[in-house]
Write a protein that binds this ligand. Structure first.
Ligand SMILES: [Zn+2]
Length: 420
């Protein structure tokens, strides 16, 4: 099965550069990228009738930290982290004991992700193992999911529903598949040191990804220090439990000491940087310069429902805006890289997804192009502008492995909606 697409194409290379083809040809063979180049050259070596697409192709987005069970209440509440969780989020997640509701919401979540151009990611489920299984069965795209482990400091219905380490751990990774399952302690405050150690041992033994939150708010950090007096700091709580390694993705990492940054670098951990969520909960700004200085790998994420939108265009908008306001130099090339290639690497899929390189899965999104495209940089700056509800619906189509999985049914927007 070979399909040749013709469109403008913007393909990220690294955090500093991308490749732009004004009239590009993209050949997808049996689901994988076969050739990418100027259309006239590609069609010469592959004389196929092309599918002509009016827009700009970019790789599908990866969102490496999203709570799919909070999607229906995303952006509804703004409060500091700890009261927000207890007042709004935990009661919402308790509803996912209802498997019919979970199924309906999972379908809505994945449909919305595809419409926004997100084709892969890492999601947090509720504590109910059945809801995580439902999310896995309903997934559209390439996802890693974990049922949050909450054994303490939470309402009884949630701790009762949570899997208990180590006895309850074995089943889900086998059912879901190890490549799609992440060991997911919600955060240190919801687990005992003993539970965390059991989770760390299990993840290492099974070779599983780990995802959790670290140092999102100052109040959270103080509470962790109170509950884990034996640990040097918050990062040490996870390190002692053996939870830190190259397959670990830590959400936020806003309030870290130099010792903690250095520990994360030594363990090779990934960070999920969630700028829109950090703004919504007033958690503080991720220290980009320090992450770069320690060469700690990170990728962008929405952190819905604290993040108000699952749109990675919106996340990139907030990434550029927030760090520029603090005087940090960030570019469109960096934003696109951290929303695509970096996310695929964080998931362990760097060799097979995240860009339009040869042999990778043919996952891409068609974005509207201006009639007069001044420069790829100017086009991209405009692409991520606008209210989030509009950004969630901006893609014109989404393809996975070369197959269309979403086509925007609305008429092409006219001025001032289109970028440029
Ligand atoms: Zn989160």
């Amino acid at each position: 099965m070979r399909t040749l697409f013709r469109a403008a194409i913007l393909n990220p290379i690294d955090a500093q550069s991308w490749e732009f083809l004004d009239d590009g040809g993209l050949l997808v063979e049996d689901g994988a990228i076969g050739t990418l180049g100027r259309f006239d050259e590609v069609v010469k070596s592959h004389p196929l009738e092309p599918i002509e697409l009016d827009g700009v192709i970019v790789p599908g987005f990866a969102d490496i930290h999203i709570h799919w069970v909070q999607h229906a209440v995303r952006g509804h509440y703004a409060q500091a982290l700890l009261p927000w969780l207890a007042t709004h989020i935990w009661p919402e997640e308790a509803r996912y004991a209802d498997t019919a509701l979970a199924r309906e919401r999972a379908e809505m979540f994945f449909a919305d992700c595809l419409a926004a151009g997100t084709v892969m990611g890492m999601s947090y489920s509720s504590p109910h193992p059945a809801a995580a299984r439902i999310a896995h069965e309903a997934r559209r795209g390439d996802w890693i999911t974990g049922n949050v482990i909450m054994t303490t400091n939470a309402p009884a219905d949630l701790t009762a529903a949570s899997a208990k380490p180590p006895s309850d751990l074995a089943v889900l990774p086998d059912t879901i598949g190890r490549a799609h399952y992440a060991v997911t302690p919600r955060f240190a405050l919801n687990c005992t040191a003993r539970d965390l150690a059991a989770l760390g041992a299990f993840a290492r033994y099974q070779g599983l990804a780990v995802q959790t939150h670290l140092a999102e708010s100052e109040a959270e950090v103080r509470e962790v220090e109170r509950l884990f007096p034996e640990a040097t700091d918050y990062t040490d709580v996870y390190d002692r439990a053996g939870l830190l390694g190259p397959r670990t993705v830590l959400g936020h990492c806003i309030h870290l000491s130099e010792r903690e940054w250095s520990c994360l670098a030594a363990r090779g951990c990934w960070i999920a940087h969630c700028p829109s969520s950090n703004e919504a909960l007033d958690s503080g700004r991720f220290d980009l310069d320090t992450a770069w200085r320690y060469k700690i790998p990170f990728a962008l994420a929405s952190d819905v429902g604290a993040g108000p939108s699952h749109s990675m265009l919106h996340v990139m908008q907030r990434f550029l805006s927030q760090h520029r306001a603090a005087g940090v130099h960030v570019t469109p090339e960096a934003a696109l890289f951290y929303a695509t290639i970096a996310g695929a690497h964080a998931m362990g899929r760097g060799a097979i997804a995240g860009s339009l390189s040869l042999g990778k899965r043919g996952d891409f999104v068609l974005m509207p192009r201006a009639t007069r495209l001044r420069s790829p940089q100017a086009w991209f700056e405009d692409l991520v502008q606008g209210p989030m509800a509009e950004l969630e619906r901006r893609p014109l189509g989404t393809w996975i492995a070369g197959y269309p999985v979403f086509m925007n049914p609305r008429p092409r927007p006219s001025s001032p909606a289109p970028p440029c």
